[in-house]
Write a protein that binds this ligand. Structure first.
Ligand SMILES: [Ca+2]
Ligand SMILES: [Zn+2]
Length: 483
C-alpha cells in the first residue's frame, strides 16, 4: 500500500471529484494514493487480493467521479441489531455508478443488489453515529483485474483516536464523532463488468466454477473499513518498515505481536526501517492480540498472514518465503483459516466459496481497533512506539456548526453555534462537480440559517454544500437527499 502526501496528488483527486478548497484537518490527514486493494486471478485460479496500486491506478480509480452517475441507491436507514457486535449499527450510503455502456441496466441492478447485500451485512455489524459514504463503480477493467477498493484517507492525532496512530477515514469518523472528509467518499470500490465468472446471487449457492461476488465485496469493504496495516518489507534489502512513510503505525499495527508475544513495534527489538523488523515479518504468521481478539481465539490471537511458507507448500520461485506486497500482512493467515468460517479476510478466494459474514475473529479485531466500544486502553498505554519524538498531539479544532437534517428533503438548517459569522454565499455541487450558487433569497436567518436547496436537482442524491463566509473562510458539508 502506497501513500502519497504531495499536494499535487490531493489536487488531482479533488479536481476529479469536485473543486472544493479548504481542509481544516489537512495537517493530520494523508490522501491514500491507493490502499486500493486490487483483485486478480492467480495461477491457481484463486482471486488474489493485494492492497496496493500505483499512482496511475489511483488517478484512474478516482477519476470515475467525473463520469455521470446513472443510478443512485440509498442503503436502508439505521439497520437494527443483528449481531451483538453492533448495538446500534451504522448508516452506510452507497452511490452506484455504471461506467460501462454495454453493461445493461438489468445486469447493473443485479450487481448493485449483490453489493448492497454486502453493505447491509457490514452496516449491521459495525457501529457508528457518523454515516459512511461509499462509491461503487462498475466498469470494464483489464482482463486480469477484477476490482479494487479501499479507504480514501487516513488520519492521526485527532481527539478520539489513539495518539500517534493512523486510521482509515470511516473508523476515524466513527471515533472522532464527525465526518472528517465531508467532501469525499470514505470508501471507493470498483468492479469489472467484463469478468465472466461472477456469481451475483446472495444465497451462497455459488456454482463451483464461479466466484461469489458478494463475498468479494464483503472482503473489500473489510479493507475499506480498516482491515489494513502499514508493515512492509523490501524484498531486495530485507528491510522492514511501517508508517506509510511516516513514523506512526496504523491501529492494526498496534495490535500485532510476534510469535513469542512481543509487540512488533518494540523499538529496541525491531524498529522502523530495520533488518530485524524485516526478518520478523518474513518469519511466519504474526498474531493480532487485542483483548476481544484474545477472547475470540481462546487467548491465542488471530493469525495474520505474512508469507507463503515453503515448509508448507514446498519452494515456489517468487511466491514462497518472500513478502507479497499487499497480500502479506493486511489479511488473515491463509493456512490457518482457509476453509473455515473465519476465511473471509484471507488473501485468496477460491471458486464456489461464499461467506455471509466477516466471521468472529475479524469482528473481534474490528472491536479492538475501535469499531465497537471504546478505543482499546491497553493499546493506548502501549509505549512501544512514541512516534515522532514526544511532541504533544496535534488536535484539530472542531467546528461548532451543525447542519441538519441529513439526509434532507428540501431545506437544511445551519446552526452556527458559537461562530459569529455571516454567510456571503452558498454553493451546491453534486459528486460530478456540477453545481451552482444558490440565490441569496434561499438563505434565510442569521445564527440559525435556513438554506433552501430545492432548486438544485441532479441525478445524484449526494451533494456538497460549500458555504463561504464574509471573512472568506469556507466550510463544506456533505449532504444526502432523502427519498
Ligand atoms: Ca466520511
Ligand atoms: Zn484483501
Amino acid at each position: 500500500m502506497n501513500i502519497k502526501t504531495t499536494p499535487q496528488m490531493k489536487n488531482l483527486i479533488f479536481l476529479c471529484l469536485m473543486a472544493i478548497g479548504s481542509f481544516s484537518y489537512a495537517q493530520v490527514s494523508q490522501t491514500l494514493s491507493a490502499p486500493v486493494s486490487e483483485l486478480k486471478l492467480n495461477d491457481k485460479g484463486e482471486i488474489a487480493c493485494t492492497i496496493h496500486a500505483n499512482d496511475q491506478e489511483a488517478s484512474l480509480h478516482h477519476s470515475m467521479g467525473s463520469s455521470e452517475s446513472v443510478l443512485t441507491a440509498r442503503s436502508k436507514d439505521k439497520i437494527t441489531i443483528k449481531s451483538k457486535k453492533g448495538p446500534t449499527g451504522a448508516q452506510i450510503f452507497v452511490d452506484y455508478y455504471n461506467f460501462d455502456p454495454s453493461f445493461s441496466m438489468e445486469d447493473f441492478i443485479v450487481a448493485a443488489t449483490s453489493f448492497q447485500s454486502a453493505i447491509d451485512i457490514w452496516a449491521s455489524t459495525v457501529s457508528s453515529d457518523v454515516p459512511i459514504f461509499v462509491a461503487a463503480a462498475f466498469q470494464p477493467l483489464d482482463s486480469g483485474v477484477l476490482g479494487s477498493a479501499g479507504p480514501t484517507f487516513i488520519y492521526n492525532n485527532i481527539e478520539g483516536l489513539e495518539r500517534d496512530t493512523w486510521y482509515g477515514n470511516a473508523l476515524a469518523d466513527k471515533l472522532t464523532g464527525q465526518d472528517l472528509s465531508p467532501e469525499a467518499y470514505d470508501i471507493v470500490a470498483r468492479f469489472s463488468t467484463v469478468f465472466p465468472n461472477w456469481y451475483f446471487g446472495t444465497d451462497g449457492n455459488t456454482p463451483a466454477g464461479d466466484y461469489d461476488f458478494r463475498s468479494v465485496v464483503l472482503h473489500e469493504l473489510g479493507h475499506g473499513l480498516g482491515f489494513f496495516g502499514s508493515m512492509t518489507v523490501d524484498n531486495s534489502s530485507g528491510v522492514g518498515s511501517y508508517g506509510f512513510g511516516s513514523n506512526l503505525p496504523a491501529i492494526y499495527d498496534r495490535l500485532a505481536y510476534s510469535a513469542d508475544g512481543k509487540s512488533i513495534l518494540k523499538e529496541n527489538r525491531y524498529g522502523n526501517n530495520s533488518l530485524e523488523l524485516g526478518d520478523l515479518l518474513l518469519s511466519g504468521p504474526l498474531t493480532s492480540k487485542g483483548p476481544n481478539t484474545k477472547k475470540a481465539t481462546k487467548g491465542k490471537g488471530a493469525q495474520i498472514f505474512t508469507i507463503v511458507d515453503s515448509e508448507i507448500t514446498g519452494p515456489i520461485a517468487g511466491l514462497t518465503d518472500v513478502w507479497l506486497p499487499g497480500s502479506s500482512y493486511s489479511h488473515l493467515d491463509f493456512f490457518s483459516y482457509v476453509g473455515t468460517n473465519n476465511g473471509l479476510m484471507v488473501p485468496f478466494l477460491s471458486r464456489g466459496v461464499a461467506f455471509e459474514n466477516p466471521g468472529p475473529i475479524v469482528l473481534a479485531m474490528f472491536d479492538d481497533m475501535g469499531w465497537n466500544g471504546k478505543v482499546n486502553r491497553e493499546v493506548q498505554e502501549n509505549n512501544g512506539n512514541k512516534g515522532i519524538g514526544d511532541e504533544p498531539s496535534a488536535i484539530a479544532s472542531k467546528s461548532t456548526m451543525i447542519l441538519s437534517p441529513n439526509p434532507f428533503i428540501n431545506t437544511v438548517q445551519l446552526d452556527l453555534g458559537t461562530e459569529k459569522r455571516s454567510i456571503f454565499k452558498a454553493t451546491v455541487l453534486d459528486v460530478n462537480g456540477i453545481g451552482s450558487d444558490l440565490p441569496s433569497s434561499s438563505i434565510q436567518g442569521s445564527s440559525n440559517i435556513t438554506i433552501d436547496m430545492s432548486s438544485f436537482k441532479t441525478k445524484s442524491n449526494l451533494y456538497f454544500l460549500k458555504v463561504t463566509f464574509d471573512s472568506g473562510e469556507t466550510e463544506t458539508f456533505k449532504l444526502y437527499r432523502g427519498q
